[in-house]
Unconditional design. Sequence first.
Length: 95
Amino acid sequence: MQYDISEIPNLYRGFRSNAKSAPDTVCYSQAILSTPLQPATSERSFVGRRYGEVLERVDRVAAYLREVGIQRGDCVAIVSNTRPEWVEANLAIHA
């Protein structure tokens, strides 16, 4: 998928455009971590997150941020380890 980056006003709109044009395409894969009830195996398992699914999650977080009074131009901090949800939160802030 190619596009002129100058035509995309912000990160969220670029992501949304990609997600709308290919909602069933895998956006990223996330490792399934072991738990006490499900110990790790010798092979790591991954689950694919599709663009459409990620867009829904991003839009829910964006709606929540608006609901609690966050407005365009407000400063928002993300306190998190490096993980896919950090990217989703960042996209939601830009929505």
